[in-house]
Design a protein around this ligand. Structure first.
Ligand code: GRF
Length: 245
């Protein structure tokens, strides 16, 4: 049997585009085909990354439209014309309203540099540092009309008990973002994401035929954290799981 056709993906950006690059370097041309990249900002470096791979780009600034609704509709039309089946927000610094989300039901995802629901919105890393957390992390979630409030698909924590500098935290989170976002796209393309009928906020992830309904990504289960710490000489029973907060 031939493999399924790649999933047509549209990526929305506003800035540097390292997450876009991670998608271009991993899933693009395999499970997914990035068929459109749209920016909310003129001159976003992410646009160059797309152009370098021959992906069509466009800019939809809020100021070019009479209302956010008009901008949302124009953006949705542009993506729909390219037959986009999944919209990925990769550093897109603008809210999308119902006129956009209704066009791609359950098919808009975002990557955010915190363990949601902690620290939604702008400056998540600075918010976390200000709060004084010891465990940081990354979430990939479905997008709803709220500010980073949609159901969580994947999360991965990283323990940084003495972090004090946003750049240090960002450097630790970047590789997680660049792994988790392509992984979520792969799972979506494979049809491996579903909702718990008893609680539609819970996204069920099917891996190798098994439902993995843990909130933490499989490669960083609490037990593994404990095992690793024990192997490194940590006293059993004294190591706290990052996922326990
Ligand atoms: C990332 O930290 C992402 O989590 C947040 O915006 C940033 C985008 O970075 N939503 P880049 O443009 O992909 O480099």
């Amino acid at each position: 049997m031939s493999p399924p056709a790649p999933l047509p993906v549209g990526v929305l950006v506003s800035g540097t585009g390292t997450n876009l690059q991670a998608l271009l370097d991993s899933v693009h041309g395999h499970e997914a085909e990035i068929v459109a990249v749209a920016s909310s900002r003129v001159g976003a470096p992410a646009l160059e990354r797309a152009a370098a791979r021959g992906v069509p780009t466009a800019v939809f600034t809020r100021g070019d439209y009479a209302s956010r609704k008009a901008r949302d509709e124009a953006l949705a039309d542009w993506l729909a014309e390219r037959h986009v089946a999944l919209v990925v927000l990769a550093g897109f610094m603008d809210l999308l309203g119902e006129p956009f989300l209704d066009r791609f039901p359950d098919a808009v995802i975002n990557v955010h540099p915190s363990l949601l629901p902690a620290f939604p919105g702008l400056h998540a890393i600075e918010q976390a540092l200000e709060y004084g957390v010891k465990v940081f992390g990354v979430s990939v979630h479905f997008v709803d009309a709220g500010l980073d409030t949609g159901p969580v698909i994947l999360q991965r924590p990283v323990s940084l008990p003495s972090a004090g500098d946003p750049d240090e935290v960002l450097a630790a989170l970047r590789p997680l973002e660049h792994t988790l976002l392509p992984e979520a796209v792969r799972l979506f393309a494979r049809g491996a994401l579903s909702r718990d009928p008893a609680n539609p906020r819970r996204v069920l992830v099917e891996r190798a035929g098994q439902l993995d309904d843990s909130a933490v990504d499989a490669s960083e289960r609490p037990g593994q954290v404990r095992d690793r710490a024990a192997a490194a000489g940590g006293a059993a029973g004294t190591v706290r799981d990052p996922a326990e907060g």
